[in-house]
Write a protein that binds this ligand. Sequence first.
Ligand code: NAD
Ligand code: MG
Length: 395
Amino acid sequence: MSQGVCILGSTGSIGCNTLDVISRNLDQYSVRVLTAHSNWQKLLEQCKNYQPEKVIIADQQSAELLTAELRKLNLSIQVESGRDAIINAARTPGVEIVVAAIVGAAGLLPTLTAVECGLKVLLANKEALVMSGELFMNAVKAHRAILLPVDSEHNAIFQSLPGADDNGLASLEGVHKILLTGSGGPFRQLPLNELSQVTPDQACAHPNWDMGRKISVDSATMMNKGLELIEACFLFGVPLEQIEIVVHPQSIVHSMVSYADGSVIAQMGNPDMRTPIAHTLAWPSRIEAGVEPLNFFEMSNLTFESPDFERFPGLKLAAQAMQVGGTAPCTLNAANEVAVEAFLAGKIRFTDIAPVIRKTMEHVEVREAQNLQTIIEVDQLSREFALSVVEQRGQ
Ligand code: NAD
Ligand code: MG
């Protein structure tokens, strides 16, 4: 019997990679639901290739265009539109696996629905977990969902930890430290005085990974590693002090776990997201991902260095947010999303991103992150304040 899959954000980089893995394993997985923001052309192509039962597109006009094209092709695929339809995507009968691959806070409610349905949730959308932390993890436990990390570092840590229960909750027995690796992005060695002049296209040209534009900018500021630090604390239930960031420019070691007895276990592979996607889809089994194994005889040197907190101030801001707790990570994430969007739109400079986040964190009151309503309110307030900072900077 094949398992029904719903991909939240199927037209993005993670979404397309997931479909590529599924196409190699069609005896085991069938595509039930695909969702996207507005790219109906790509969704149409995916409809032709995978014949899902339902597609959901946030933008109403795009939904109409897609419906007309599907009719011409005589494809009987249900089309829905709007934000609520995306939030409820995981409730579609027959869905057993949900791939959370929407970028940013927009993914929080659709991903939480999948958790509340007690499904197998493959988490790429780290922002959802950063925003809602404990609340999200409590929902996973309460609804007995199976939560598995797609983010390559967290997937590597998950594979290197001693084991996990049936719901994917990992054991920490004998673990000394988690070593979270990161490439350092495209500007690791750029002279510091040139950072303020870099363009969105330069920031998005990651040396090792081909990703969506938001996460690419996050990698260039290393805020991505900051968000991943918070993600790891919540996912694995470890304190900040037990995680160390290690810069590894080649992206071959995807993260490591060091143990009390001096052992260090690493997960390695070519930098290709199809590996962690395939790992989580099939867990605890293994399936074909279309990724070549490493060739150790052709590999260049593997190097490791400590992170540069002056060059990448976002790293400290993220650690601070986690230390403060409550809604501080939610504010950090919201301000970062606003600042990155403004940078991509040419409104602020690359070096303005961290100050926008810092100012927002200083201004927005930290509350206890008790319920979803509080989180949504703080997300909104933080966005509004960050936007006002952006507007001042842009003048
Ligand atoms: P992307 O920009 O390529 O794709 C984003 C997807 O989300 C698209 O399908 C888009 O239609 C959808 N979307 C965007 N805004 C939406 C909205 N408001 N409502 C509904 N749908 C919306 O992004 P990506 O690179 O695939 O990243 C997706 C998530 O996975 C991010 O959270 C990112 O941090 C995480 N992630 C990505 C990679 C990677 O290699 N790309 C690696 C690790 C983690
Ligand atoms: Mg990652």
